[in-house]
Design a protein around this ligand. Structure first.
Ligand code: F6R
Length: 241
């Protein structure tokens, strides 16, 4: 595991250079993508680089980490909508090559099994982008005595619902469940980049990457992955010397 500290303004360019190398090496790379506040500046940078002709997504394939259950793709708070709005509609990725779990599938169990199967059919994720929750979650793998390997339906913890209520009018509107890739699905990625920004993430980042490995801090398991880079901005990395 490698921890890289950058100033907040350097992070997007730094992460973009990794994605550019990845796509230059393999045009049809399988990218694992995240939503939330953290990737926004990075996706903006990708869009700029695409417009400059420095990034080409024409053959790229993407799989998102997660989606709320029971929020239609047309809902601006769904991750489906987020991805279109903040990335897909601005770049040359083929929409047929983008994948987001369907939180409205008739059988959510079947949808979960299908999702992992599709990732494997494409040969597995080459580069996975992750954020980290204030409680140490990755995807929506919430702190628990045991973590599930495969893509699954999960209840959202109270702290996650509170954190995500900033995108809703009221906490009661925040879905109570999501579909998320499991820890095993994430671990199969050939390379993982976890990005954490801001002072409010500094404590959990310290616990996750300098502390013991525990399912109560799901991100701490990443210490065991063979190719993981943690990118933090200066504020977030202030407890890491
Ligand atoms: C989003 C996801 C979550 C977020 C995490 C951090 O697809 O899987 O694990 O990465 O909740 O969210 P932000 O970046 O909003 O702090």
């Amino acid at each position: 595991m490698q921890i890289v500290k950058k100033s907040a303004s350097e992070v997007p360019a730094y992460v973009t250079s990794i994605i550019t190398d990845q796509l230059n090496q393999k045009k049809n790379s399988i990218l694992g993508l995240a939503t939330g506040s953290t990737p926004l500046a990075i996706y903006k940078y990708w869009i700029e680089e695409f417009k400059q002709g420095n990034l080409d997504f024409s053959q790229a394939i993407s799989f998102n980490l997660d989606e709320y259950v029971n929020l239609p793709a047309s809902d601006p708070r769904s991750y489906n909508y987020y991805m279109k709005e903040n990335l897909f509609q601005h770049i040359n990725i083929d929409q047929n090559n983008t994948h987001i779990p369907n939180g409205q599938a008739e059988s959510l169990q079947e949808e979960c099994a299908r999702y992992d199967q599709r990732i494997q059919e494409f040969g597995g994720i080459d580069l996975q982008i992750l954020g980290i929750g204030l409680n140490g979650h990755i995807g929506f793998n919430e702190p628990s005595n045991e973590l599930l390997l495969n893509t699954h339906v999960t209840p959202l913890s109270e702290s996650t619902r509170i954190a995500n209520s900033r995108f809703f009018d009221h906490i009661d509107q925040v879905p109570t469940q999501a579909i998320t890739m499991g820890i095993g699905s994430i671990f199969k990625a050939k390379k993982i980049i976890l990005i954490a920004m801001g002072v409010e993430k500094s404590e959990i980042v310290k616990q996750a990457f300098l502390g013991n490995i525990t399912t109560q801090v799901p991100a701490s398991l990443l210490q065991l992955h063979h190719n993981v880079e943690i990118v933090v901005d200066t504020d977030c990395g202030k407890l890491i010397t």
